[in-house]
Design a binder for this molecule. Structure first.
Ligand code: NAP
Length: 281
């Protein structure tokens, strides 16, 4: 009787709970995160390691990678692989992907997290600022995914998470940044279609303004409390910016099998933030 019920449930795609116990989050997964020593990337690495994943990460500053390792528990740091490199150097990035896969015996997922902006407004930014911003956000993402695909395919599929931003569709100053973040959302949607037949899911996560100790929003909170309060009142209906660890949880969910039905999506994690910047528009 029970078997018949289970057969019917499975044929209708009904999860009766058994599958939930059989599918842990990211425990044992082999994952790679670019830009893992500060801000969002650091929170992602810490969460994935604490959840029992094997994690590879990179940044340009070797001492920050060592500090990260030193701050983890012995168990978590034993599952961490790091390399100092600049993700805009194609060969270094490709070698890092290959070295991570070799160390872990394969890859199950990658997160393109390193990103940022160079230059200022249109008339103050030059061609190099535009090219550098594009390379850091879009070029590195495309090359990372390209380098990882053979390993994800060998693993029978995997999950790619691209860290974009609400600046990818909300107008704000420094258009070179917003347009690069917009291109990342397009990459996720298009690559999800292209790589879907290999069982590879690709999604974008778009944080709102994150409150990171010592960074812009944190400085504004302490140095310009009235302006911070006014911006929060007007643009952040939930009372404040999102914390990086909250964004990291969404990334971990997308890397896990819990999100097997999601591909090609762009998930804002922004507490319903409106304007992306206090600097105008
Ligand atoms: N901060 C926000 O409020 C916010 C909002 C929305 C979206 N985002 C997006 O979220 C992502 C993370 O932002 P974040 O503010 O957390 O970053 P962050 O604090 O500036 O940290 C960046 C990390 O990436 C590394 N990195 C930077 N450039 C690199 C390069 N060329 N090669 C290798 N590693 C590099 C940094 O280490 P090294 O400097 O040592 O290389 C560091 O580990 C970015 O894609 C950003 O666009 C941020």
């Amino acid at each position: 009787m029970f078997d018949r019920v289970r057969d019917v449930s499975e044929s209708r795609g009904v999860d009766r709970g058994q599958g939930v116990r059989d599918r842990p989050g990211v425990r044992g997964k082999r994952l790679l995160v670019t830009g893992g020593t500060r801000g969002l990337g650091e929170q992602i690495v810490r969460l994935l390691a604490a959840e029992g994943a094997r994690v590879a990460t990179c940044a340009r500053t070797a001492s920050d990678l060592e500090a990260l390792r030193g701050s983890l528990s012995a168990d978590d740091s034993g599952r961490l692989f790091t390399q100092p490199l600049d993700v805009t150097e194609p060969e270094r990035l490709e070698n890092f992907v290959a070295a991570s896969a070799q160390r872990f015996g394969g890859l199950d997922g990658v997160v393109a997290c390193a990103g940022g902006s160079r230059g200022r407004s249109l008339e103050l930014a030059d061609a190099e600022d535009w090219a550098a911003t594009w390379e850091l956000n879009v070029g590195h993402t495309a090359r990372l995914v390209r380098a990882a695909v053979p390993y994800l395919r060998t693993a029978g599929g995997g999950s790619v998470v691209v860290i974009s931003s609400i600046s990818g569709w909300k107008p704000g100053p420094n258009a070179q940044y917003g347009s690069a973040k917009s291109a990342q959302i397009h990459l996720a949607a298009s690559l999800a279609r292209e790589l879907g037949p290999d069982g590879i899911r690709v999604n974008a996560v778009s944080p709102g303004s994150m409150l990171i100790p010592g960074r812009r929003w944190d400085r504004m909170r302490t140095e310009e409390p009235e302006a911070f309060a006014a911006f929060t009142r007007a643009e952040l209906p939930s009372g404040g910016p999102v914390a990086p660890h909250e964004v990291a949880r969404v990334v971990a969910f997308l890397l896990s099998d819990w999100s097997s039905g999601i591909s090609g999506a762009n998930l804002p994690v922004d507490r319903a933030q409106n304007a992306p910047s206090p600097d105008g528009y």
